[in-house]
Design a protein around this ligand. Sequence first.
Ligand SMILES: [Zn+2]
Length: 352
Amino acid sequence: PQAVPEKNDDDIFSKILRVNQRFQRHMEQGDIAIPTGKSSTSCSNGVCFWPKSADGLVRIPFTLDSKFTNKEKAIIWGAMHEYEMLTCVQFQNRTTEVNYVRFRSADGCWSYVGKTGGSQELSLMKAGCVKRGIVQHEINHILGFEHEQNRIDRAQYVKILWQNIDPAHYSSFKEHRTSNLGTRYDYSSIMHYGKYSFSRNGLKTLIPIPDENTIIGQRYGLSSMDIAKINKLYGCNVCSDLFPEHSGNLQSRDYPSPHQSYDCMFLIRTPEEKVFLEFDSFDLQTSLGCSGCYVKVYDGDVKSAPVLLDRTCGKTLPPVLIASRNLMLIEFASSSCPTTPGFAATYHTGSC
Ligand SMILES: [Zn+2]
């Protein structure tokens, strides 16, 4: 395919394609490796999912290529943190597990779809693939997700411009009989092609309908719908939400009505700069040391990150919180105080 200007295709899938075009590996849809001689008769539609343990967690054992630098490993772990904080999917260093994922720096950015059984490779070439969004795109493949625009119901959402597609890649636009899990089509999915993917002439290969200007693809990482789909596919019993925009509002469920008791994690991941969080209202039942109902805020995307606001309850508005970068994690515990109104907050991005 003809190279297209970077400004037109800076979504994650286009970044993947740009790297993979340099190699001859035979793949489907640009970045899906083809399994050889493995039986998958026990799986649905040929895709195998990872098993869920009795404790409700889906554990994926993995190894990391020793070629990755500490900085690259930190990017890969950072990509994994979002799954671990917001879904029931957990990654753990492989010890003796038979089925596991080998993260390697091989020829391009690619993965298999679902669990293949045994050791399976996921390639993140050092030059070009070790970016949060690309890591998450390939991890979503191993969880069993396909490319969003090949959903069986895609004709209602995108128009495929076959005349502009490189004929060698017609098959990359084939609809798949995947279960859509009752979720709505997600233009912002990390699994969506870009508007110019597989173009033979530099013109668009797909356009959103009815509004051609709808932004498609994903620039930074998982979308909030991607998270919801993982939780649905794996039946995760977790409450979580992801806020990937420059600014937005978040609040405890049903705020300010009394709610069912639950614990919830909110992750703010802005596209750049620092996260500012301001509470607009706050009313959590008081307990000694706020051991029952509380809000706790972390300067990062994991609970091991520095604490910006330690367990807080009562009715006093907490101060404005500023993260050191674009990530802020908010832990809301209310399982012991089902009648408390909760909180509402606003976040935005800034540099000072
Ligand atoms: Zn892909």
